[in-house]
Design a binder for this molecule. Sequence first.
Ligand SMILES: Nc1ncnc2c1ncn2[C@@H]1O[C@H](COP(=O)(O)OP(=O)(O)OP(=O)(O)O)[C@@H](O)[C@H]1O
Ligand SMILES: [Mg+2]
Length: 253
Amino acid sequence: MKNSMLELKNVTRSLGKWNLGPIDISFLQRQITVLIGPSGCGKSTLLRLMTGLLWPDSGMVTFVSKPITLETVQSIRLKMGYVIQDGGLFPHLRAGENVSIMARHLGWDKMRINQRLNELLDLVKLNPDFMGRYPAELSGGQRQRVSLMRALMLDPEILLLDEPLGALDPMIRSDLQHELLRIFHDLKKTVIMVTHDLSEAAYFADTIVLIADGKIVLSGTYGDLLENHQDSFVSRFINAQRQPTETLTRSTA
Ligand SMILES: Nc1ncnc2c1ncn2[C@@H]1O[C@H](COP(=O)(O)OP(=O)(O)OP(=O)(O)O)[C@@H](O)[C@H]1O
Ligand SMILES: [Mg+2]
């Protein structure tokens, strides 16, 4: 039986008039969990609650059974690699400076930083020359790789990725999907990843968590999701994901 890495117990949070929860969920060690659901359903809010960037109104978030509190949040955050939606690279820092910012803050020496940078460049298959460029001088796919390197710099125990492949063209997206899954398997880390895309969720996930309007509708395998057509939201969500291709096929036939 695998142990829980991160757990949300009865978590609620209001943002203006919108309410999230109550959410109960446990993320198991070395599992890949994908959070999926329509825009505005609360995926990014959930990640912010898990990383201690947002506090629950009630309930508790625990990391390896330790509650995330004002006292523990800083040390726990160092064990989490987080890629926010759109990457969040600092535009005024070069890629290498973006990746190493926390390590420098923690006082790592130059040699250790360079050694780790080289390991990560190998892992994400990026040319070292790109480390001297500003984010605006990189392609979308290159920026995603740099964001991932930054999240991995301190060798975190868990990776939280908010739409890491969003806004990429389909071919680059497909290449990066394969790369990312290889990286997850090589690193053997616990991964929580957000996506809009059902086929991407099916490709990555050990467990898919479907969210609607701040609540978990279903948590299970891709097969569980497909079998749950009796739930009207699940079947509407699945059909909505299929529609674009069918529409395209009809209009070009
Ligand atoms: N700071 C805020 N103040 C008020 N409402 C907010 C705030 N941040 C988010 N919300 C609302 O909370 C809800 C959930 O937002 P969230 O960003 O978690 O959605 P999401 O599932 O990540 O959407 P997307 O797929 O578009 O990224 C939305 O209705 C959003 O408008
Ligand atoms: Mg979001």
